[in-house]
Design a protein around this ligand. Sequence first.
Ligand code: PEP
Length: 258
Amino acid sequence: MSRQIVIAANWKMHKTSEQARAYIQQLSKQVELAPNELVFLAVPATSLEAAASAAAGTSVVVGAQNMHDAEKGAFTGEISANMLKAAGAQFVVLGHSERRHVFGEDDAFINRKLHRAIDSGIRPIVCIGETLEQRKSGATERTLKQQIEQSLKGITAEQLTTVIVAYEPVWAIGTGETATPEMAQEAHAFIRKTLAELWNQDAANKVVIQYGGSAKPANAAGLMAQADIDGLLIGGAALEADGLLQIINNTHPIVSES
Ligand code: PEP
């Protein structure tokens, strides 16, 4: 079945508003997307407004890297879904491994954020993935199933179809180590099977499942050729527009000029 393709760059804690504008101007001028393909940029909250206005009227979709689950209140330093939306965010990354492992976020918190994002009309990208220890001890599938059950708890099948799941093995993020296309496909197929068991096959077939973890121009095509890989979530290699453009171009079939 043909699903949407979503190629997303995660800028992490990089880029001022001015740098965001320059990146988006270059990207939007040069990018050529397939009809069912979207390009997402997860930008720092301070660059959201500038990025959203630079992306207006282009094919570039701007979103945020994190949010709080509460509607408002005494949460110093936090940002709500409504604030993100007002600043121009169309999607939000939830449960990125750096949020889970550096800032101690658990599945219950991520689940509350997910519900708030959906209720606020912001498309969620929910990140899941095993650590190296979990992979080595044969706990990859158990870990993924538990993260899916807990972080996606309580949503309807219809809501599920709007969620993007990013499979990001923790050992591959920012390390230069990439899952082979076969390893990634195996995990993605397991994720889709689990979604079908917990909701239904029809909804699971519609879910965009991205791979993230040291994706780059050299490995993007091999990953994207897999049946259950519907997009990429890219950190380091997409920090410059040239890198993201190269990844997008490399994943497209070569069109003969003759
Ligand atoms: C990420 O930040 O989600 C990520 C996958 O980073 P990198 O591509 O640098 O591994």
